[in-house]
Design a protein around this ligand. Sequence first.
Ligand code: ATP
Length: 242
Amino acid sequence: MTGLLRVTGLVAGYDRIEALHGVDLSVAEGRAATVIGPNGAGKSTLLRTVAGLSRAWRGTVEFDGTDVTRWPAERRTRAGLVLVPEGRRVFAGLSVEENLRLGGYAARRSASAPGLDAVYDLFPALVARRRQPAGTLSGGEQQMVAIGRGLMSGPKVLLLDEPSLGLAPQAVRLVTDALVELAGRGTTLVLVEQSAAVAFRVAQEGHLMERGELAVSGPVERLRENPAVLRAYLGEPRIGNR
Ligand code: ATP
């Protein structure tokens, strides 16, 4: 199966420190993939390099049949390769709705751009907050805005960097439910997560990243039983739950 997103032999890093050592990853249209792994394994670097925020030292990123390795980030976003970055970066002084509309401006004229109503359907908690400055929202609500903004740009592939990080349990549940719904509708997702419990609820296929390499890959049902995964997540209580 050819991937809508195809990463081949990707090497990238910071100054002289190599953080990715030749990563191969293919995500077919309509599939939700996850990359899990410990702190510092290289997960964010992988997403940032795919999105064009970090430069690929070697290897290629192909998106929708085109080599985009040298494309600037903004061109990739316009083409539909959209990153929701770590740390739920919202424009604190702008209202929820203004933040969401900004995502729409970045959109190519796309039939798949969902519009505000679809975002509010996915995140009903934002409706009452639509005129409120995004900086006054809870962490979970800010993450909803960040994801909503990504959706407003009509992604063909949505890249999500640690959406559950630092959120209260109830917020993790709401954000995860929304991602499950998106995946169920056939949105192509690449979800980077430290929480295997979140990752395995959302994705159909998974990869364990260790020290800059994808150490184990397969359907999540198999991954959750894998000894290397169990070792990496020893102590995470909810890994087995769906
Ligand atoms: P985390 O969950 O902590 O973000 P990660 O799996 O996403 O972990 P990366 O953030 O991609 O890992 O980091 C991979 C490696 O690159 C680590 O060794 C990290 O210390 C290093 N690194 C990350 N960002 C930078 C940076 N801006 N400058 C120098 N080194 C960096």
